[in-house]
Design a protein around this ligand. Sequence first.
Ligand SMILES: [Zn+2]
Length: 193
Amino acid sequence: MNITNIKIPVEISARHLHISKEDFEKLLGKNETLNSTKDLSQPGEFASDKLVTLVNGKNKIENVRILGPFREKSQVELSTTDAYTLKLNPFPKIRISGDLANTTKVLVKSKKASLQIPCIIAQRHLHLSKQEADKMNIKNNQKLKIQVKAQRPIIFEEVIARVSDKYKLAFHIDTDEGNSAGIFGKTFGEILR
Ligand SMILES: [Zn+2]
């Protein structure tokens, strides 16, 4: 199969946070539950009904959504623009999800409590199931180039392949990257070889 014939769905991730059950209870209390308001593309992942505020001194970003289900470790994912808005110093690192060593932390506030949580700018990545990866001859952690021909055509480099049977084909970028490519609505990319 010619890899360039496969249309890759492009999905833009807005700022959000993943949370451990322990941190969730600290932040919102033991009686609260993380309820789904919308399923996301990756199987089992959902947007929850819980919103929090990110705070750094006088700077804040409100209504940041917690995604479910609970994860082993809590992490905030921001765009570069968000990090400037909050004036985070040191600036968060561009990292693949879950890689939280030596990243900066941000204060996450609910009505009840607040908690410092590690913060990253997500490295652009391509989710694939094992079957999809085999079909396209792509290995986990391989770096790819994906071309997106939206209003401002662009080739995204250093896209990390993330292969797992928990995943399904989707190219994830943040809002800055989506805006840079002029993406509005349903958009597809193709892998360049
Ligand atoms: Zn993703």
